[in-house]
Structure formats: structure tokens, C-alpha cells
Design a protein around this ligand. Structure first.
Ligand SMILES: [Cu+2]
Length: 129
């Protein structure tokens, strides 16, 4: 009987461990509607307390653009409401965001993740010409 219970216990523990392993979320990169294409324009954007470099991102209307955000300090955001862009950039990490610049205009970009005392003034611009 003791052996039987021990076997049941081992089986249950093994099943539990498998579930823990299987429930790990798969790594994912935020990249909407992304078919890799040779005509993608890559633009690196450094994000820091409290600004964006370059401060103004200028692209042409109709261009497929891949912004590659890199935070040089804490966690930040990059949002442009008119384009539905809302990217979270991890502390010290990088994240790509791809979109088609289909609306012409000059749009305010701002940090959407509180990052300290200058957060509210952390503004940039997306210009589509
Ligand atoms: Cu911020």
C-alpha cells in the first residue's frame, strides 16, 4: 500500500511539474501586420529620462517603418494616439514596432509609462510628409 501511494505521489508531482513548464508564456515580440519586406525603413529611437532621440521622427507617407526603441535607463512608453501606437520599452531593453505611415500630418508622441519627475514633459513628434 505504501509503495502504491508513493507511486501515485510521484506521478502527481511529475504531472504538476509538467503543467508548470507548459504554462510558461511564449516569448512574443509586438509586431503587428508584419510581413518582413526589403522596403521597410528602420529607424532606431533612443528613449531616456526624459526624451526621445531623435525627438522628431520624419517619414514619407506610404512608407513601411520599423521603429526600434531602446531604453537607456528605465521602462518607458512611446505613444502616438492618431496612429494607435502604444509601445512599452523595457528598462535597458529594445523593442521593434512596425507600421505603415498612411496618414500625413504632424503628431505628438509621448511617454505612456510613468518614468519619473520629468515624465509629463517627455514629448516627441512623428511627422509623416
Ligand atoms: Cu515616462
Amino acid at each position: 500500500m505504501k509503495v502504491f501511494l508513493a507511486v501515485v505521489l510521484v506521478v502527481l508531482l511529475a504531472a504538476g511539474c509538467n503543467q508548470v513548464v507548459e504554462s510558461q508564456p511564449a516569448a512574443s515580440v509586438e509586431q503587428p501586420s508584419g510581413q518582413p519586406s526589403s522596403s521597410v525603413r528602420e529607424i532606431p529611437v533612443r528613449v531616456f529620462r526624459f526624451g526621445f532621440d531623435p525627438e522628431t521622427i520624419t517619414v514619407r507617407k506610404g512608407e513601411r517603418v520599423r521603429l526600434i526603441f531602446t531604453s537607456s535607463d528605465v521602462r518607458h512608453g512611446f505613444s502616438v494616439a492618431e496612429y494607435g501606437i502604444d509601445v512599452v520599452v523595457p528598462a535597458g531593453g529594445s523593442v521593434p514596432y512596425e507600421f505603415v505611415a498612411d496618414k500625413p500630418g504632424s503628431f505628438v508622441a509621448y511617454c505612456s509609462v510613468y518614468c519619473g519627475s520629468g515624465h509629463a514633459e517627455m514629448k516627441g513628434r512623428l511627422v509623416v510628409e
